[in-house]
Every structure is written in structure tokens, then in C-alpha cells.
Design a protein around this ligand. Structure first.
Ligand code: PLP
Length: 373
């Protein structure tokens, strides 16, 4: 007989307020639940980039296969990778920390700076992982709502700062609202906050605005970039932070060694040589976003929010039909989008990743059917 154990007694005290993070859908789970085939599924719930051809990426991978030795650990300092990133972003390689997706570099910042007496300040609604990082360390998650037009309420944010507020995090463009915040407001926040200000630029490539070089002006600024959204590498897991060298030297030793795997270590410098290809793909996404925006706007039962990202936020206005039901109905025809209706300010909202024209036509047809348009 196996002895029964009460695992709750063993849990870290820090986890008492912990809420499970809901990531994008699991394909095998969705297939099983809805009796679908993998070919039937259109997954537009996690803001991945479906414009970069798989065959093109496989060719890039082939080009560096000779260098990759899976039996060896990656370079613990990732020097060549950081040098290529530094050149790409116009920085010094000592100003870059790389990691296993931007979630990983966020975790390094949290582990270094946050304890269970600390507060983290954000503007909601925003990327839900900031709460996850805060909660697992038992810190206080403090937030101010965006204004109704999704602009930043700078005064309220600064008035919320306490002596324990060590981090302020703003994503611009923001997920899930899709808008870019005014540069002047971000500047004001950085200049008037004594703690570390994290600017998450996960979607910056789609907005034409990046403040990454401000790390040379503000030594309390960390800028986060991910390769998951614009460079089509969500599965490889590559994220970076850009920050001044002095702060980088404090954070780097706290990161788990070998965070960037050997494949990413060689593939990233190879891909950064293909700037033109990526720029072309980013332009294609932006063009398709504008087309999808205009088509969604034609559906009367929807309110569509402008976007500077590769996704569009949409509010369902039809009486008797909520966002959750729309998502459920779409899944039955194999289309997975993200229900965001439980998020503050976003009642009845869903988030849709911009797909190819074929995907978008399919989505529009199903949406019209469900909404009776
Ligand atoms: C604003 C924002 N930051 C960071 C991430 C995480 O990116 P990564 O795949 O690099 O962990 C996401 C993913 O959705 C995001 O929306």
C-alpha cells in the first residue's frame, strides 16, 4: 500500500496566492476533446508567426547542422550568439543576456530582484506571465488599469509606487490590447521610477517603434525582445534582454547555465544574416493584419480594436452570445483563438492571431456563421 501524502503541507509558503497560468491550447488535448484531426486545426491563439515558411526555416537549420554538436553543452557565455545579436540591435554584446524564450530572461530578472517582500507594478490588462512570475516568488502584484482607450494612466501608476516596488513592467505594443503606448509616457515613467523599469518589446517589429537604444540613456531600463513573434521561432525558445553592462553583470550569474540550447546558439547568428527576408515577412503580416482588421470591422456584431502587433483584439457585441461560446463554436470547426473575456476591461473579448489569407478567410466565414451575420 502506498502511503497517502498531503503534498500541500510541503508547498512553498510563497505559493499561497498562486493561480495556474493558461497558455495557448495543447494540440493533442484539443484533438482528443473535440474529435478533430491534426490537419483540421488552425491554431491562431498564441501569436505565433505563420508567415515564415517551414521549408525556408528548415533550409536555414540545415546550413548550420555541421556546426551543431548535440553531445556538447552550449557555450556558457553564448559569445558568438550575443555578438551577432549585438550587431543586429546596434548594441555591445556585454549589453545582452540571452535565454530560453523571453519568459526565461524575465525569470532571471525576477530571481535576482524580487523576494516575498517586493511589489511588482504593471498596467492591466497585460501579458499574464508577469503575474505568474510575481506569484511564484510570493511577491505582491500591484496594478493600475489602462484608460478606457487603452492608453497609460501614468499618474496613477506613479502614485501606486511604494518603497517595496522594485519592478515596473510595461509591454509596448501591449498584449492583449494590441496598441503601442506613447513614447513620452514611457519616458516619464522610466525617469520618475527609482526601481527597474522593464519594457517588453515582444511585438515591436510589427509597430516600427523600438526604444532598445534607450538602455544607453537610462540605467534602470531593461528592454525585452523575443524571437517567438516576428522571427517565427516560438518552438526554438529564444529571448533576450538588453540592459547596461553593470546591471547585466549582476543578472547574468543568476541565470540557470546553458539556458540557450546548442541549436539556437548556432541558428540565431545564421538567421540574423537574413534580415531582408524577415523584414519582408513582417511587412506581409502587417498588410494582412490591415486586411483582416477591415474585414472584421464589416461584421456588425464585433467591435475591432486597432493593432500594432500580429494579433487583433475583438469584442463580441451580439446579445446572448459570449466570447467563450464563440471560441467553443470555432474550435468545433478546428479554429483555435484565445478567449480574453476574464481579463480586466476586456469583457466579451477574444484575441486572434493574424493568419495567412487562407486562414483568415476560413475564420471570417466561421465567425459570420456563428454570429449569424
Ligand atoms: C508581451 C509578451 N511578452 C513575452 C512573451 C513571451 O514570449 P516568449 O515566447 O519569448 O517566452 C509573450 C508571448 O505571448 C508576450 O505576449
Amino acid at each position: 500500500m502506498v502511503k497517502k501524502r498531503d503534498y500541500k503541507k510541503l508547498l512553498s509558503k510563497n505559493l499561497k496566492n498562486f493561480e495556474i497560468y493558461q497558455s495557448g491550447a495543447s494540440l493533442p488535448d484539443t484533438i482528443k476533446k473535440f474529435g478533430l484531426e491534426i490537419e483540421d486545426i488552425i491554431k491562431i491563439d498564441a501569436n505565433e508567426n505563420v508567415f515564415i515558411e517551414r521549408s525556408w526555416m528548415q533550409e536555414q537549420l540545415k546550413k548550420c547542422l555541421q556546426k551543431i554538436n548535440l553531445a556538447r553543452y552550449p557555450d556558457p557565455l553564448y559569445i558568438e550568439t550575443r555578438k551577432s545579436l549585438a550587431q543586429y540591435f546596434g548594441l555591445d554584446y556585454n549589453e545582452i543576456i540571452v535565454g530560453n524564450g523571453s519568459d526565461d530572461v524575465f525569470m532571471t530578472i525576477f530571481h535576482t530582484i524580487i523576494d516575498n517582500q517586493s511589489e511588482v507594478l504593471v498596467a492591466e490588462p497585460t501579458f499574464s506571465m508577469y503575474k505568474f512570475f510575481t506569484d511564484i516568488l510570493g511577491a505582491k502584484y500591484s496594478y493600475v488599469l489602462l484608460n478606457d482607450d487603452f492608453t497609460l494612466d501614468v499618474k496613477s501608476l506613479l502614485s501606486k509606487v511604494s518603497k517595496n516596488t522594485k519592478l515596473m513592467i510595461i509591454a509596448s505594443p501591449n498584449n492583449p490590447t494590441g496598441n503601442t503606448f506613447e513614447t513620452d509616457k514611457i519616458k516619464f515613467l522610466i525617469e520618475n521610477f527609482e526601481g527597474i523599469f522593464i519594457l517588453d518589446e515582444a511585438y515591436a517589429a510589427y509597430s516600427n517603434v523600438s526604444l532598445i537604444d534607450w538602455i544607453h540613456k537610462y540605467n534602470n531600463l531593461i528592454v525585452i525582445r523575443t524571437f517567438s513573434k516576428s522571427l517565427g521561432l516560438a518552438g526554438l525558445r529564444v529571448g533576450i534582454m538588453a540592459l547596461n553592462k553593470e546591471l547585466a553583470d549582476i543578472l547574468r550569474p543568476i541565470q540557470i547555465p546553458y539556458s540557450l540550447n546548442v541549436v539556437a546558439q548556432y541558428l540565431v547568428p545564421q538567421l540574423l544574416k537574413e534580415k531582408e527576408y524577415f523584414q519582408k515577412k513582417i511587412e506581409e503580416v502587417k498588410k494582412e493584419r490591415e486586411w483582416l482588421f477591415s474585414k472584421l470591422t464589416e461584421i456588425k456584431q464585433l467591435k475591432v480594436y486597432p493593432s500594432n502587433t500580429n494579433f487583433i483584439l475583438v469584442k463580441v457585441l451580439k446579445d446572448g452570445l459570449n466570447a467563450n461560446k464563440v471560441c467553443e463554436e470555432l474550435i468545433k470547426s478546428g479554429i483555435i483563438i484565445r478567449d480574453r473575456s476574464k481579463v480586466p476591461l476586456l469583457s466579451n473579448c477574444v484575441r486572434i492571431t493574424v493568419g495567412t489569407r487562407e486562414i483568415n478567410l476560413n475564420l471570417l466565414e466561421q465567425l459570420k456563421r456563428i454570429l449569424g451575420d
